[in-house]
Ligand binder design. Structure first.
Ligand code: AGP
Length: 611
């Protein structure tokens, strides 16, 4: 939530800052702003309500130049989206951008107001810059003023500050909000996420919580806020390239990311599966057979789409590994005092690795002594660094707000975890394990097949784009895919959609069925097929319209062939991946036809880094 970019170096930085913002716009798009120290070493600030395009237009009529600057794209928390609430905020010689929430801002504001300081916005952020200006007047140095200011803040923050009186410096600090430092030969970049710096460098230093970094053109000093000690981290090389964060000819990032899924799934399993021996190795998971033996319960915790991935894998881990699995929304988990100890394996799942509730759930697990691991896409993210072991999903940068390839690669990673565990625990014979691995190897080809023939899904989108409500029904491991399909539709097309376990139909939702309620059903051959057919009959008997994703061939009982999309056959544990793809495409086409902003849907931001 909110994207931050900072630059100090020897070149002109306006385009670098704006390009960085473009690559972070998925984090928030209510307003944007930029502050630079010009050749006369005076601060210039330009801000604009609305998307980045507005700021770009404003900058066309307002040339800015300089080699030190900060920029911000906002997702509003305190104060509505407006120019006066847009960042950077200024007080005296300082301009500051912020991502996070300052929980004690009201108290700090009152104290400053009592001293005669006035405010021009409704944001919590303005409090930081006003406080800094106040502290500067009573501190021995700028550095001391920054430390004194940051130490008074409660909550989460990533801040970057420019100072007219110290024009060759940039200062940043973070706590529970992401901030990375990119290193080039002649400059330093600060950013909320890797895509912003990718065109310039892949050499990165990850800042820790409660650290301040003081940057000049020649170097930087990272120090702890707690005790002032200096840290000398080894820079890491990010293995993403700039092209991965481009649209590559697709109309939307979401569409590109849907089509990238076969490749992403291959990258996810290729990193851990030995295709010769069909064995799985998880070097970074840090969980061997001995450690697995001691696990009595698994807790899978995540938010949104990642939570749906967790729900799918409950079925599989319980079936193959025979350990009980609890699945929780991270926001609920952290607030219910869960029973955790060293016999519990807590696995948090997060694309961004920065989601505030998921991160807090992980911390809760660490504090209570659970075995804590993470499934994460972004290398070096907060969650990846906190967990005692990680499985990376190798989806590459996901820019579209609606999660697609992150989801299917999470399903892949969780599948691999269950296979690894069952094999290590001696619960899965080697030949069966090898067959499961082979199923996975065949999966990308089946995904390609679905992606090559999407005409029917586009037709459905045209036919059903004007409906106001949708119901998604499924059973077993496909039930969470119904939830995910409904989430995709509502978040990008703004159509109300609900996912339900089909067995729950008669306990309430059947009351909603009429000719205005299309029902998307997910049908897999196997023990639950007949029960799904009964649910379909119940819908049809009440004039409901059926759209079916069906394995193998259309089935006359379900309805006309036009209303059935055939999904390639697969094992019950991998079908959830295949069924996800047409649901993503259906939501995408409906949203495009309705003219919504597919990649940046209203009110949403990609990484929910505030609670
Ligand atoms: C879904 O399309 C959303 N992007 C959202 O539900 C997302 O999955 C959720 O915010 C969790 O994000 P994370 O995986 O980065 O933690």
């Amino acid at each position: 939530m909110c994207g931050i970019v900072g630059y100090i170096g020897s070149g002109e930085c306006r385009d670098i800052l704006m390009n960085g913002l473009k690559r972070l716009e998925y984090r928030g798009y209510d307003s944007a702003g930029i502050a630079m120290l010009g050749a006369d070493r005076k601060l210039e600030i330009v801000r604009c309500q609305g998307k980045l395009m507005g700021l770009e237009c404003k900058l066309d009529g307002h040339p800015m130049a300089g080699s030190v600057g900060i920029a911000h794209t906002r997702w509003a928390t305190h104060g509505r989206p407006s120019e006066e609430n847009a960042h950077p905020h200024r007080s005296g010689p300082f301009a500051l951008v912020h991502n996070g929430i300052i929980e004690n801002y009201a108290i700090l504001k009152e104290e400053l107001q009592a001293k005669g300081i006035t405010f021009s916005s409704q944001t919590d952020t303005e409090v930081i810059v006003r406080l800094l200006d106040f502290e500067r007047q009573r501190s021995k140095s700028y550095a001391e003023a920054v430390r004194n200011t940051i130490r008074q803040l409660k909550g989460s923050y990533a801040v970057v500050i420019v100072n007219e009186d110290e024009p060759d410096q940039l200062v940043a600090a973070r706590k529970e909000s992401p901030l990375i430092l990119g290193l080039t030969d002649d400059s330093f970049l600060l950013a909320s996420d890797v895509p912003a710096i990718l065109p310039y460098t892949r050499k990165v230093v990850y800042l820790n919580d409660e650290e301040i970094v003081f940057l000049s053109r020649d170097g930087y000093r990272i120090e702890s806020l707690q005790d002032g000690s200096e840290r000398f981290p080894e820079p890491k090389i990010v293995d993403w390239n700039p092209v991965m964060a481009e649209k590559a000819g697709y109309k939307h990032f979401m569409l590109k990311e849907i089509y990238e899924q076969p490749r992403a799934v291959i990258d996810t399993f290729r990193s851990v599966v030995d295709l010769e021996s069909k064995s799985i190795r998880f070097p970074e998971l840090n969980l061997d057979a001995e450690a697995l033996k001691k696990i009595r319960k698994v807790c899978l915790v995540a938010c949104g789409t990642s939570y749906h991935a967790a729900l799918v894998s409950k079925y599989m881990i319980e079936a193959l590994c025979r350990v009980p699995v609890e699945v929780d929304l991270a926001s609920e988990f952290r607030s219910r005092d869960p029973v955790l100890d060293e016999s519990v394996l807590l696995v948090v799942i997060s694309q961004s690795g920065e989601t505030a509730d998921t991160r807090a759930a992980l911390k809760e697990g660490i504090d209570k002594g659970a075995q804590c691991r993470a499934i994460v896409n972004v290398v070096g993210s907060s969650i990846a660094r906190l967990a005692a072991g990680v499985i990376y999903t190798h989806a590459g940068p996901e820019i579209g707000v609606a999660s697609t390839k992150a989801f299917t690669t999470q399903l892949t990673a969780l599948y691999l975890l269950a296979l690894y565990w069952a094999t290590e625990a001696g619960k899965l014979p080697a030949d069966l394990a090898a067959r499961y691995v082979q199923d996975l190897v065949e999966l990308p080809g089946k995904m390609e097949k679905i992606l090559a023939d999407t005409e029917k899904v586009s037709l459905w989108a045209r036919k059903y784009m004007h409906y106001k409500d949708f119901l998604y029904l499924a059973r077993g491991p496909l039930y969470p895919i119904a939830l995910e399909g409904a989430l995709k539709l509502k978040e990008i097309s703004y159509i109300h959609a609900e996912g339900y376990a089909a067995g729950e139909m008669k306990h309430g939702p059947i009351a909603l069925i009429d000719e205005d309620m299309p029902v998307m059903v997910l049908l897999k051959h196997g023990p639950l097929y007949e029960k799904m057919i009964s649910n379909i009959q119940e819908v049809k008997a009440r004039d409901g319209q059926i759209l079916a994703l069906i394995e193998k061939n259309p089935d006359e009982i379900v309805g006309s062939a036009e209303n059935q999309f055939v999904i390639p056959e697969s094992s019950e544990w991998l079908s959830p991946v295949l069924f996800s793809v047409p649901l993503q495409l259906f939501a995408y086409h409906v949203a495009v036809l309705r003219g919504t902003d597919v990649d940046q849907p209203r009110n949403l931001a990609k990484s929910v880094t505030v609670e």
